[in-house]
Design a protein around this ligand. Structure first.
Ligand code: HEC
Length: 150
C-alpha cells in the first residue's frame, strides 16, 4: 500500500486534465455565453436528475447531430451544456453544468468526458472527472453518458 501510493498520486497528477483548468476561476471550456454560440437541443423543461431545477440543453456545433440522434459517441471537442434555472420558464439563470469531450485516454471508462459545474458567472465549482456526475450519468446513460431524451 505505502509503496505504490506515491506512484499512484504522481500518475493522477500527471494524468490530470488535458484541458488545463485552475478550479478557482472562470471556465476555460465555457469561455462565453453559450446562448450566443451553441445550438439548442432540448427546450426548457424540469430536470429529473439535477435536483428540482429546470434546464435548457445546448450543444456545440460538432455535438448537435449525435446528441439529437443518440447515435454513438460524440466527437472530440463536443460540449453539452445544461443551462439551469429555478423558474419553470428558465427565465433566471442559476448556473451551468457541462460535459466536454477530451481526447481518448482522459477517462476511458467514462467516455473521456470532462465535467464541470459552474455558477451563474461561469466560475468553476466542480471540475474534471467528477465522480458524482459520472456515477449518475453512467446509470441514466442514453447515449455516450448523456441522459436527456431531447
Ligand atoms: C442524480 C443523477 C445526476 C447527477 C448527480 C448529475 N446528473 Fe447531469 N443529468 C442527469 C439527468 C437525468 C439528465 C437529463 C435531464 C434531466 O435532468 O431530466 C442530466 C443532464 C445533464 C446534462 C445535459 C446533457 C444530457 O442529456 O445528459 C449535462 C451537461 C449534465 N447533466 C451535466 C452534469 C454534471 C456536470 C454533473 C455533476 C456536476 C451532473 N450532470 C450530475 C442526471 C444527473
Amino acid at each position: 500500500m505505502a509503496t505504490w501510493r506515491p506512484t499512484l498520486l504522481l500518475f493522477l497528477f500527471l494524468a490530470n486534465g488535458c484541458f488545463q483548468q485552475d478550479k478557482a476561476g472562470t471556465s476555460q471550456i465555457l469561455t462565453s455565453d453559450p446562448q450566443t454560440s451553441y445550438l439548442p437541443v432540448r427546450s426548457c423543461r424540469i430536470s429529473n436528475g439535477h435536483g428540482s431545477n429546470y434546464m435548457v440543453v445546448l450543444a456545440s456545433a460538432q455535438a448537435e447531430s449525435e446528441y439529437l440522434s443518440g447515435s454513438g459517441p460524440l466527437p472530440k471537442g463536443s460540449v453539452i451544456v445544461a443551462v439551469e434555472s429555478d423558474q419553470a420558464d428558465c427565465s433566471d439563470l442559476t448556473g451551468y453544468t457541462l460535459m466536454y469531450k477530451e481526447a481518448p485516454g482522459y477517462n476511458p471508462t467514462a467516455g473521456d468526458w470532462h465535467w464541470q459545474r459552474l455558477d451563474d458567472q461561469r466560475d468553476v465549482l466542480q471540475d474534471g472527472r467528477v465522480q458524482g456526475c459520472i456515477s449518475c450519468h453512467t446509470q441514466c446513460n442514453r447515449n455516450d453518458f448523456t441522459c436527456s431524451p431531447p
